[in-house]
Design a protein around this ligand. Structure first.
Ligand code: ASP
Ligand code: MG
Length: 404
């Protein structure tokens, strides 16, 4: 007998038919004699709809009231799933975040889980109940309900798995695993059997939105193996875990991010402290900077280019336009017709030539590289947006055709 935590996303519980499907998955594990804890998200677009409703009434509603409202979404799906399970003849009980022992920080709307005290869950399991817990929420020290930030139910599931030392933590969603590239857009993309936490984190920030980032960080910290799988296909998914040396893949995935803009500050005086001043200004306004490139100084000046999220482009320009004058730079120019294409793989750490292979693929497709950045397990290039799809395909062909 094992303790299994299963999380179902909003699309998996969106209506009565989907709830029945979930109840079948859950009860089939229960019938094998396992203890089953289920974590659910709000049905379908419920969370978005609730936010919409609130905005109609008060666009600046307090964060506390927003959380009072949003936690209701998960309350509905949890109760409905428990009823669906009951209706199939199995004992079930639904618990809200606070009943399940979730204590969080007080930051409404983006609370962090501080502790999970799973006594109540344990008590219900010992009565042989299937326990359905609302994801995405907890209680803060003012005895107020909080939410964990969008997509937070994954993290709720991992937190329960960690607190209860679960044997298995399965994240059911509407895709059947993690792929080497977006399977809807890239020919030959294939499902991975496993991926490391670090690779998953890189791919998540690159826009492969399968798992919430924080949930992967937490899983890594507490050594929880996750399985990402589809609630519809019933097939084996992708395991996210600490991969061993032999399992390390050269490249696990190719990803594209269009939600990006490049800014260049021209004619920056070539002396110490200017980069510091520019980037701390951006940091103060919470503008995240990604790739940075600085040209070599010539005639006492240099250019500094960097990328930001597309919707931060205008605020970055507004912020820097006057400031760069006081610094003595000449101009700021922006371009949002760009895409970032990246390859991720823990094997590249110990394997030279990966960057060259990637650049060769781009060269063969006659795609110009505008910026490059690398980390231990990632290489990113900035290219023209119009070349994005072609770049992903050609790079994917280069690395993955060779293997098959
Ligand atoms: N229902 C919440 C959201 O849509 C939490 C989740 O789905 O994980 O963000
Ligand atoms: Mg949701």
């Amino acid at each position: 007998m094992a303790l299994i935590v299963q999380k179902f996303g909003g699309s998996s519980v969106k209506d009565a038919e989907h709830l029945r499907n979930v109840a079948e998955i859950v009860t089939s594990r229960y019938r094998e004699g396992n203890d089953v804890v289920v974590v659910v998200s709000a049905q379908g677009d419920t969370t978005d709809d609730l936010i919409e409703k609130a905005k109609e009434i008060n666009p600046n509603g307090s964060k506390r009231e927003m959380d009072q409202l949003m936690t209701a979404g998960e309350q509905i799906s949890a109760a409905l799933l428990a009823m669906t399970i009951e209706n199939m003849g199995f004992p079930a009980v639904s618990l809200l975040g606070w009943q399940a022992g979730f204590t969080t920080s007080s930051a409404y709307g983006s609370a962090r889980i501080k502790r999970v005290d799973p006594e109540r869950i344990r008590a219900e399991l010992s009565r042989r109940n299937i326990v359905v817990v609302t994801g995405f929420q907890g209680l803060n020290r003012y005895d107020d309900m909080t939410t964990l930030g969008r997509g937070g139910s994954d993290t709720s599931a991992v937190a329960i798995a960690a607190a209860m030392h679960a044997d298995l933590c399965q994240i059911y969603t509407d895709v059947d695993g993690v792929y080497t590239a977006d399977p809807r857009k890239v020919n030959g993309a294939r499902k991975l059997d496993f991926i490391s936490y670090d690779e998953m984190l890189e791919l998540a920030t690159l826009g492969a939105q399968v798992l919430n980032n924080r949930s992967v960080e937490m899983a890594k910290k507490y050594h929880i193996e996750l399985e990402v799988l589809s609630s519809l296909t019933r097939e084996k998914g992708t395991i996210v875990k600490e991969v061993t040396n032999v399992e390390k893949m050269l490249i696990t995935g190719v990803a594209k991010d269009d939600n990006i803009a490049r800014l260049s500050i021209l004619g920056v005086p070539d002396r110490p402290g200017l980069a510091f001043k520019i980037f701390s200004k951006l940091a103060q306004k919470n503008i995240n900077v990604d790739i940075i490139l600085q040209s070599i100084g010539r005639n006492g000046t240099k250019d500094i280019s960097f990328t930001v999220e597309k919707d931060k482009m205008q605020s970055a320009i507004d912020l820097l336009r006057d400031y760069i004058e006081t610094l003595g730079a000449t101009a700021i120019v922006a371009d949002d017709n760009v895409a970032k294409v990246s390859i991720v793989g823990s094997g590249m750490e110990s394997h030279p030539g990966v960057a060259a292979d990637m650049f060769e693929a781009l060269f063969e497709a006659n795609i110009n590289i505008r910026m490059i950045s690398t980390s231990e397990i990632k290489i990113s290039v900035l290219i023209d947006k119009a070349d994005g799809a072609r770049a992903v395909q050609t790079i994917h062909d280069k690395f993955f055709d060779a293997l098959s």
